[in-house]
Design a protein around this ligand. Sequence first.
Ligand SMILES: [Zn+2]
Length: 268
Amino acid sequence: MKNSNNTLDRKGNKALLYDFHTHVEKIDELESYFDLNIIPIINISNFHEWEIIRKCDNWEKYSKLINDIFFISAGVHPFDNAPWSEKTEIFYNNMSKYSSFVGEIGMDSCWSNVDKSIQKSNFERSLDFAYKNNFPVILHTKNMEGEIYDIIRKYSLQFIVHWYSCKNYIDEYISLGCYFTFGPALLEDKNIRTLAKRVPLDRILIETDGLNALQWLYNKAISENELRDYLEITIDEIAQIKEISPRKMVDIVNTNSEFLLRKGYKNG
Ligand SMILES: [Zn+2]
């Protein structure tokens, strides 16, 4: 993939970028984020995923860098078929020492085979947890956009909608004050382009959704060293849609990201 020069700073160094929604399956991926000057918001769905980071050799060092050069979001994914239990409470309570967000949570009737009532109950209880702890929420809405809108409009919470690809309810979600994370699917999907045209500049964030999602989208192997390229093509594309320069777009996305991350800090 062609590298964009649009995210170099004046000295020719890679400008800071944020990947506002990702997953890490190997510790090399987290380290690659540091090398590429990207601050990731890493989604953790269960203790197994958490162990990938926590059991690494450099945990002692990395644990001090949470909420500095990387952030954690913890939440029960709509693919998880375990009904809410004491174990779920333990997961949320333990993770809240490290996390700044609840997510990705939501419902999915496209790829998830999990019973709708389990999805809905896990989703609502996760929202209750977010409300009690004043955490912003990262939403997964696939094919359940209307149902999710009906639930979240009752909550006074900050929502970040991940990979929204539905042509309906866009104005409804915008009117709730939602932010939206855009990834390179923006180049392929006309519904996402419609969203990008309509969403205000101060609600735009960017994401990769992790290497697995990128590999699924492009149907090819992608290495952790290429993560930045996919954020850059997304920036370039949104900038074009919004008719502003890519550099300006980086500034806008970084300002939006930093605003939410300050909100994500505990006691802040
Ligand atoms: Zn995800």
